[in-house]
Write a protein that binds this ligand. Structure first.
Ligand code: G3P
Ligand code: CA
Length: 251
């Protein structure tokens, strides 16, 4: 299948999102492209975590940025996980732990999640420390490989200035003439539309201008079918194994 399924926050339908069990499960099931979110703790460390607050997925409460790394790593992630399995050992990884663990065997799609202006430089430093810049020039979804993404154009731009050889993709609601023009002006390599908005025409327009395209925001099989039909190169999805079976049956 010429369409890449990126395990969103790891295989997050089967294990707590953005944890080693979720990323390991993605790799074990044959999905070496996975997405993760990075933000900064109160004590200035990088953490792999999606929400602005810890309330939805842990037994704690409050903003991530108000917790130290030690406090975050002590939180329980198993209790609020709605799927099956015992994940009592799961914890919130540091970005350093993540980059060390998967070096040479995955293609992370690393999202600059929060708005602190220092986040891109901190992430760039971590990527350099762990040797990830050596694989930065590989193909769009090759593993090992690396992509940096963000909804925030300013964060992505700061990152691109520091990491000119790394692929940078801009998460947008919809690909339009304006988003394509802005992406080109800012030197981005890709635009990533929400799957529900993608059409063959908008995706072709981005390709014609030299940008790569993949989707995000898959809620159901209709979204999957739509992003696949649009001609995009892939998408993030919480259930990559089931998505693969669905798309293979559709082809
Ligand atoms: O693939 C990008 C996707 O992760 C963006 O949405 O909310 O899950 O970070 P979100
Ligand atoms: Ca994300």
């Amino acid at each position: 299948m010429d369409f890449t399924l990126i395990a969103h926050r790891g295989y997050s339908s089967r294990a707590p999102e953005n944890t080693f069990p979720a990323f390991d499960m993605a790799l074990e099931q044959g999905f070496d492209n996975f997405e993760l979110d990075a933000q900064i703790t109160r004590d200035g460390q990088l953490v792999v975590f999606h929400d602005q607050t810890v309330d939805r997925v842990t037994n704690g409460s409050g903003e991530v940025a108000d917790h130290t790394m030690e406090e975050l790593q002590a939180l329980d992630l198993a209790t609020k996980f709605e799927g099956e399995g015992d994940f009592s050992g799961a914890y919130i990884p540091t970005l350093d732990e993540f980059l060390g663990r998967y070096a040479g065997r995955a293609h992370p799609h690393l999202e600059l999640k929060s708005r602190e202006a220092e986040l891109p430089a901190m992430v760039a430093g971590a990527l350099k420390r762990h040797g990830w810049l050596d694989v930065a020039g590989s193909g769009t979804f090759d593993a090992p490989g690396l992509t940096v993404s963000s909804f925030w154009a300013d964060q992505l731009y700061r990152s691109r200035l520091r990491l000119p050889n790394v692929r940078h993709g801009w998460l947008v609601n919809e690909v339009t003439e304006e988003t394509v023009a802005a992406a080109l002006k800012l030197g981005f390599d890709a635009v990533y539309p929400r799957a529900g908005t993608a059409t063959p025409e908008t995706v072709s327009h981005a390709y014609d201008r030299g940008l790569s395209v993949r989707g995000w925001g898959i809620g159901d099989d209709d979204d999957l079918a739509r992003i696949h039909r649009s001609g995009a190169e892939g998408t993030t999805v919480n259930w990559p194994g089931e998505a693969k079976a669905f798309l293979e049956a559709m082809e």
